[in-house]
Design a protein. Structure first.
Ligand code: NAD
Ligand code: IPM
Ligand code: MN
Length: 342
């Protein structure tokens, strides 16, 4: 029986993962769950360590991980998210952050100019390098002469493998997004890896955009995108933008993947949403669709598709949370999806 580690986390994390786990149970795939509900901001504040080596071992020994969200207004240090989410991404070498977005329903597009705005894209975010490695430091902290450096790290291996992954999953084409007109060393490396990848994948339509114009085009012509491959920071920012264009951040799913080992950590794109936590209004769809990605990668594509169809059915019918135009609670929306699963 495959064991799934579950890290509910903070804020709305536990509220939405509860619904996602209930859906996984309904699928009858024989999954068991190892819930690490002690990994949260309270433990970080009390001990300075939210995720211990023992927790990492439990994650490693599981078939996959489902995470809600980490983040609490009482925690201002980046060391909390770095010690949980970024630690798992780095130590398990989850180098692909896969963030698929489809327009959920026409009524949910924020682009209301009378033109139909289809969106069906996948952001492939490099997930272990860029500004997130922690290489850097501070000189003369707290003075007017303070110097802060966070290195923007790109490696030939890291860039090549994530671009190759994008080509591997392309349906209509790949768009590489960088800032090579301004950022010299990393820009040069991304461009070299891109040219080499074009030669390896001559049959796939491909184009390049600078990140500023990519953001503009996502809004102006969302239908022109299929797979977008980009670095860690641009992928983070563009994925919240794309999620909003698709109908809302609360509905966006992601998988942090190592395609070589097959391990994945699945989580909604959104955070712990402290502004709505505890109100029972959080949208569980991002977590539920992340669970769909999880079962798909465990070898159950039909179950994943059934969950996606059930989600779409409930949204079409307006049986959803307020952010998607419905009136249901988090548990009500989860129950509606389970009912639609049949
Ligand atoms: P957020 O994604 O938590 O919230 C942004 C906005 O979207 C809020 O108005 C929120 O109410 C709304 N929203 C988010 N998810 C929703 C849902 N499921 N249903 C309905 N509305 C939803 O971003 P933030 O406010 O910048 O971050 C809050 C905390 O979460 C911070 O500590 C941040 O670091 C953390 N965070 C964690 C993750 C993660 O664990 N993967 C991701 C992003 C942010
Ligand atoms: C995400 C989040 C994280 C990130 C934060 C919480 C560190 O925004 O998963 O998109 O920047 O990767
Ligand atoms: Mn983000």
């Amino acid at each position: 029986m495959p064991t799934i580690t579950v890290i509910p986390g903070d804020g709305i994390g536990p509220e939405v993962t509860r619904e996602a786990v209930a859906i996984l149970d309904t699928l009858g795939l024989g999954l068991t769950f190892d819930v690490l509900d002690h990994v949260n901001a309270g433990r970080f504040l009390a001990t300075g360590t939210a995720l211990t080596d023992d927790d990492v071992t439990r994650v490693r020994d599981s078939a996959a991980t489902l995470l809600g969200a980490v983040g609490n207004p009482r925690v201002t240090s980046p060391e909390y998210a770095r010690g949980v989410l970024l630690r798992l991404r780095a130590e398990l070498d989850l180098y692909v952050n896969l963030r698929p977005v489809r327009l959920l329903h026409e009524r949910l597009s924020p682009l209301r100019d009378g033109r139909r705005r289809d969106l069906d894209c996948v952001i492939v975010r490099e997930n272990t390098e860029g500004l997130y490695t922690g290489i850097g430091g501070t000189l003369r902290a707290g003075t007017r002469d303070e110097v802060a450096v966070d290195a923007d790290v790109s490696t030939w291996l890291g860039v090549s493998r994530v671009i190759d992954h994008a080509f591997g999953i392309a349906r209509r084409g790949v768009c590489m997004v960088d800032k090579s007109n301004a950022v010299p060393a990393g820009g040069r490396l991304w461009q070299r890896c891109w040219r080499d990848a074009l030669a390896r994948h001559p049959q796939v339509p491909a184009r390049h955009l600078y990140v500023d114009v990519a953001a503009m085009n996502l809004v102006a012509q969302p239908e022109t995108f299929d797979v977008i491959v980009t670095n860690n920071s641009y992928g983070d920012i563009l994925s919240d933008l794309a999620a909003t264009l698709g109908g809302g951040l609360g509905a966006a799913a992601s998988g942090n993947l190592n395609p070589a080992t097959g391990f994945g950590l699945y989580e909604p794109v959104h955070g712990s949403a402290p502004d709505i936590a505890g109100q029972g209004t959080a949208n569980p769809v991002g977590a539920v669709l992340s669970a769909a990605l999880l079962v798909e990668h465990l070898g159950h594509p039909d179950a994943a598709e059934a969950v996606r169809v059930a989600v779409r059915t409930t949204i079409d019918d307006g049986r959803c949370t307020p952010d998607l135009g419905g009136t249901l609670t988090t548990t009500g929306a989860g129950a509606a999806i389970r009912a639609a699963l049949g």
